[in-house]
Design a protein around this ligand. Structure first.
Ligand code: MN
Length: 203
């Protein structure tokens, strides 16, 4: 099967001024698209050729023969998850009561959650990702380096993520990763997506 580049869930200028159309054109149109192309090129002729994206990631993670395939396939998943973690729709930005109560229980308050997320996202050395995951009955903030993804950790259910590779923010924020993460947390988070991910894991 061919791995496809999913359409963006909003117009490429919909997240302005926090993420510019120019950043989107490179980040989605070049980086994400290249990970899709590389995944298809690398999987062709292997035992994983007909596997789903999730299966490719899971199987490639445990075999060093597939390191390049893992990196590209995981980046395809991570980027699609990132675009879905953001929204321009006000109704989806409203945090559902259930998630707010869980955040208050596990982090103290929404503000404390944001502060911890920002701190960990900024502390991720080099390239990687910041995630809100559900694990063993609790919400947790984790970071992963490069292409690494909670998808390969069966106990960690990803709810939201933020790309902290420099290519995610350099055109709009230059070196100021903190300002980029703050803008996302204040203005763009799709809490409806986070809730759906939580509920999906409960079925
Ligand atoms: Mn990226």
């Amino acid at each position: 099967m061919t791995i496809e580049l999913p359409p963006l869930p909003y117009a490429s200028n919909a997240l302005e001024p926090f993420i510019s159309e120019k950043t989107m054109s490179f980040h989605y149109g070049k980086h994400h698209a290249t990970y899709v192309k590389n995944t298809n090129d690398l999987v062709r002729g292997t035992d994983l050729e007909n596997a789903s994206l999730e299966t490719i990631i899971f199987e490639a993670a445990s075999d060093t023969v597939y390191t390049a395939l893992f990196n590209n396939a995981a980046q395809v998943f991570n980027h699609t998850f990132f675009w879905n973690s953001l929204t321009d729709q006000p109704s989806k930005k409203e945090i559902p009561n259930r998630l707010l109560e869980m955040i208050q229980a596990d982090f103290g308050s929404l503000e404390q959650f944001k502060a911890e997320f920002q701190k960990k996202a900024v502390a991720q050395f080099g390239s990687g990702w910041a995630w809100l995951v559900f694990e063993e009955g609790h919400l947790k903030i984790i970071t992963t380096g490069n292409a690494n993804t909670p998808l390969v950790h069966p106990t960690q259910k990803p709810l939201l993520c933020v790309d902290v590779w420099e290519h995610a923010y350099y055109l709009d924020y230059q070196n100021a990763r903190l300002n980029f993460v703050q803008a996302i947390l204040e203005h763009l988070i799709n809490w409806d997506f986070a809730l759906k991910n939580l509920e999906k894991e409960e079925k």
